[in-house]
Design a protein around this ligand. Sequence first.
Ligand code: SF4
Length: 328
Amino acid sequence: MAALYARQEAPENPGLRCLLCPHACFLAEGKTGVCGVRKNERGEMSLPYYARLSGAAIDPIEKKPLYHFFPGRKIFSAGFYGCNLRCPFCQNHHISQEFPGKTRATLPEELVEAALAENSLGIAYTYSEPLVHFEYLLQTAQAARAKGLKNVLVSNGYLNEAPAARLVPFLDAANIDLKSFSDGFYRRELGGSLDPVLRFLELAAGRTHLEVTTLVIPGKNDSPAEMGRIASFLAGLNQDIPLHLSCYRPMYRYTIRESTYRELEPLLDTARQKLRYVYPGNVDREANTLCPSCGELLVRRQGYRVSLAALKNGRCGKCGRQIAGVWE
Ligand code: SF4
């Protein structure tokens, strides 16, 4: 499989430049990029993990999390290896930062067939970072679309604009992490930068169904001021973008204590001043959708249990307001 977004550098500086994500890695002969899945082999960009899945499972769509996209449905979910960020709290570090030997390939058409066999709504590209497998993602998304399946991306959004513009038209929904509104946090702790993620969100908003997740980490990104900036930015794109504020648990290299629902509450309030749909995540609480006009309970969620209380054809059953999202 030929890699996209790779360029030969000048003869006096032999090697390849990867233009897929903002790292713009320079790969000398035999070297691998930050993501671990793109490699200079004999002067060509090779994809040693092309079509190598870390796993696949049927998940509730709420697990992505997507709350305003076919609630209550299940989706065939495929995971990968590698990542272009280095989050020290990664929940999937065993597949994002570690690589197995050879695994069996699942070609795009095979993944599509597997999703169809499960009678799935579509395919979710998830678990570690799908975007660094851009070629596979694009091929599979096109094949899935042709068979009537939905494409769902769960990602850090750390991608250059040209590939993003090429991929987004094939996405039906995306949940993108906005891990902080501090460029310093992205640089110091994650090995990335904030601006490309904001550009990805701008590009995706209005072109696909978009939801956003922020993992709230004590002392790192949990100030009301920062939450206000996150909510203001998203509201500037669309006040209807659902925002998931997820409770953090110690994981991977972080030993910071877990965050509590009590700490989350004021941040939920702050975000709700700008956004219409803000949900707690990773916590034993209901995460319900209320009508922004009349307050009617529209969708009740407890864990992955969902009931469409008063949502009728995408509208509030009481006052008739159209509710943002893609419903059955
Ligand atoms: S996709 Fe991988 S190889 Fe390419 S620039 Fe990003 S981290 Fe580097």
